[in-house]
Design a binder for this molecule. Structure first.
Ligand SMILES: [Zn+2]
Length: 113
């Protein structure tokens, strides 16, 4: 599988869903996703990649969690950063359509900090 890598600076300073700028004052939070076992993103570890989601093929950035990281140990193969609860809900809904089609994701859950 091939994906485009998005520079961390771009990916990690914006909400995955609405592209709003995320600052230190924004109540941003992370959502973790587990991928299908057949999906191998080893080449993209610790990078942000662009994937398309949902019926409208919306492109979003996902951080591929590296081996040995806390998120990975918790079972999250990928992470999304969102600026607010509504964005998180929409993102999860889009990922759930993918889970239903059985292509890429196995599950998605909030990352509890
Ligand atoms: Zn947002």
């Amino acid at each position: 599988m091939e994906f485009s890598i998005i520079p961390d600076q771009d990916a990690l300073s914006k909400c995955t869903w609405c592209q709003n700028h995320i600052s230190d004052y924004t109540d941003a939070f992370g959502i973790g996703a587990t991928l299908k076992p057949k999906i191998d993103l080893a080449d993209y570890q610790a990078h942000c990649i662009e994937i398309s989601l949902g019926p409208e093929d919306k492109s979003v950035c996902m951080l591929v969690t590296p081996e040995g990281s806390e998120a990975k140990a918790d079972g999250h193969d990928g992470m999304f950063l969102v600026c607010s609860e509504p964005c998180g809900k929409r993102l999860k809904a889009a990922v759930k359509t993918d889970i239903a089609s059985g292509e890429f994701f196995d599950s998605i859950q909030d990352i509890l900090s």
